[in-house]
Design a protein around this ligand. Structure first.
Ligand code: PEP
Length: 242
């Protein structure tokens, strides 16, 4: 499988900026690495209409009904959407998400045919207390418990140390590989048919000048990128195209 770079634009970019970015990106994109984008949900159609795969940054655990303000994974799939990022640390921090209440969202998204990028990661305090691996293990078990619809195509894990997100501090390639290797061992035990091939992305201040050494690690299959995905030039560089 090709390496995969996923841009999480968070709540950034207006319609004009999205259009200009996509034009600039597509003009130079070779396809050497896969490139997926999750813009603000209101502009997702612009990405759906481009050659890139389109994602949302959250979705409901329900497919329809009286859930004011929610985004239906079924509707998104019908529109041509491809993936959903679930469990991002900002969702966990500001919107009361946790691995237990993410479990049904993951199930619904998988049932509806979306690819789920499930984010896990520790805070600096947890790392300093030596809790990183046990915390990641809990996040994986709780979020992925009973996910019978998961396959190698529709489940992706993103390891995102919270202390590295938007801070400019990146986990060293060896720090990241240690956790990715651990995640790989859990996935292999949990999903014997495909866990050894499940894509595991690294996220946390990935930039053009550190991406290659991260991607050179055995169990790093790509990146989930915030800040550096906002400039077409930088995201092209992350995709190996500059
Ligand atoms: C993210 O928000 O998922 C992220 C990794 O952000 P950044 O690349 O800016 O650290």
């Amino acid at each position: 499988m090709k390496k995969l770079m996923v841009g999480n634009w968070k709540m950034n970019k207006n319609g004009k900026e999205c259009t200009e970015y996509l034009e600039a990106f597509v003009a130079k994109y070779s396809g050497r690495r896969e490139a997926w984008i999750a813009p603000q949900a209101l502009y997702v159609k612009l990405v759906i209409n481009s050659p890139l795969k389109a994602g949302i940054q959250n979705c409901s655990e329900h497919v329809e009904g009286a859930y004011t303000g929610e985004i239906s994974p079924r509707t998104f799939k019908e529109m041509g959407g491809h993936f959903v990022i679930l469990g991002h640390s900002e969702r966990r921090q500001y919107f009361t998400e946790n691995s237990r209440n993410l479990n049904p969202k993951i199930s619904t998204a998988l049932n509806e045919g979306l690819t789920v990028i499930y984010c896990v990661g520790e805070t600096l305090k947890e790392r300093d207390q030596g809790l990183t691996l046990s915390l990641i293990e809990d996040q994986l078990h709780q979020g992925l418990n009973d996910q019978s619809k998961a396959t190698v195509e529709n489940l992706i894990i993103a390891y995102e140390p919270v202390w590295a997100i938007g801070t400019g501090k990146t986990a060293s390639p060896l720090q990241a590989q240690e956790v990715h290797g651990f995640i790989r061992s859990i996935l292999t035990a949990k999903f014997p048919a495909f866990g050894h091939q499940t894509r595991i992305l690294y996220g946390g201040s990935v930039k053009p000048d550190n991406v290659e050494e991260l991607l050179a690690q055995k169990d790093i299959d790509g990146g989930l990128v915030g800040g550096a995905s906002l400039k077409a030039r930088d995201f092209l560089a992350l995709c190996g195209d500059m």
